[in-house]
Design a protein around this ligand. Structure first.
Ligand code: PEP
Length: 251
C-alpha cells in the first residue's frame, strides 16, 4: 500500500503571523475533519519552520521545507543546510521544484546531491519533475521527465530509493489555473512508475507519486482517483485552509 500524501507548498508567501494563523486553522480542521490515513504536510518558508514546528506538536500534520543546500555547512551565504532543517523539526524537503530549476538554475546533478544530503540527514525528499509546454508539444515530455529522474535519482541504492516521494508537476499547469487532465496525469504517472520500475523493480510500486499543478478542491477528487496518483503537491490552494483541507479530504 502506498502512502497517500497531500503537501502544501507556500512558496514565498505569508508573514510569520499569517503563517501561524494558517497553520493553526489547518491543524484544527485536520484534527476535526480528516479521518483517513492521508499524510498532510505543510512546507512554509525557512523562517517559519521553527515556530511552525511548535504549532504542529501533537498534530498529525508534518513539516517540510521548500529547498535545501547541497552543501553540508560552511561559507555559503544565504543557504540553509539539511542538518538545520532537521534541527527545526522538518520531516520532508521539496527538491527540484521547477521554480528552483528555472530561476536558480538548479540542474539534475546538483539536485542529486541535494537528494543525497536530505536522505543522509533523515529527511524525506519530495523530488519534483515536470516538463514545459514547449517540451510537451514537441512530444518529448516522457523522455524529458524520465531523464530528470534518471539523472537525479538513479544513483540511489534501493534502500534509499524507498524513502523518496516523487511529485510530477507539469510546468504549464503550475500557478496557471490550467490543470492536467486526469488522462494526462495518469499517463505520465504510469510512465514515471514504469521508468522507476526499470531500475528499482517492485520497490517502485511503493513509491508515492504526487501530482502538482493547479490542483484545487474541485479537481482533486478525480486526480486522486487515478491509479498512479497518490496525492498532490499544492501551491496556491495551500494558502487557504478551507481549500487545502478540502483537497486533503478528496481521497
Ligand atoms: C507548485 O508550485 O508546487 C504548485 C503545484 O502550484 P499551484 O498549485 O499553484 O499550481
Amino acid at each position: 500500500m502506498r502512502k497517500k500524501i497531500v503537501a502544501g507548498n507556500w512558496k514565498m508567501n505569508l508573514t510569520l503571523e499569517a503563517g501561524r494563523i494558517l497553520t493553526s486553522e489547518i491543524v484544527n480542521m485536520v484534527a476535526d475533519e480528516v479521518k483517513s490515513d492521508v499524510e498532510v504536510i505543510i512546507n512554509p518558508p525557512f523562517p517559519h519552520l521553527h515556530p511552525t514546528a511548535s504549532l504542529l506538536e501533537g498534530s498529525k500534520v508534518k513539516l517540510g521545507a521548500q529547498n535545501c543546500s547541497e552543501h553540508e555547512s560552511g561559507a555559503y551565504t544565504g543557504e540553509v543546510s539539511v542538518a538545520m532543517l532537521q534541527s527545526f523539526g522538518s520531516d520532508y524537503v521539496i527538491i527540484g521544484h521547477s521554480e528552483r530549476r528555472e530561476y536558480f538554475s538548479e540542474d539534475n546533478a546538483q539536485l542529486a546531491k541535494k537528494v543525497d544530503g536530505a536522505l543522509k540527514a533523515g529527511l524525506t525528499p519530495i523530488f519534483c519533475c515536470g516538463e514545459t509546454l514547449e517540451t510537451r508539444e514537441s512530444g518529448a515530455h516522457f523522455e524529458f521527465v524520465c531523464n530528470q529522474l534518471t539523472e537525479s535519482l538513479f544513483h540511489l541504492s534501493e534502500a534509499d530509493f524507498k524513502k523518496i516521494v516523487v511529485a510530477y508537476e507539469p510546468i504549464w499547469a503550475i500557478g496557471t489555473g490550467v490543470t492536467a487532465s486526469t488522462e494526462q496525469a495518469q499517463e505520465m504517472h504510469e510512465k514515471i512508475r514504469t521508468h522507476l520500475k526499470s531500475k528499482y523493480g517492485s520497490a517502485a510500486d511503493s513509491c508515492s507519486l504526487l501530482y502538482g499543478g493547479s490542483c484545487k478542491p474541485t479537481n482533486a477528487k478525480e486526480l486522486f482517483a487515478c491509479a498512479d496518483v497518490d496525492g498532490g503537491l499544492i501551491g496556491g490552494a495551500s494558502l487557504k485552509s478551507r481549500d487545502f483541507v478540502d483537497i486533503v479530504k478528496s481521497f
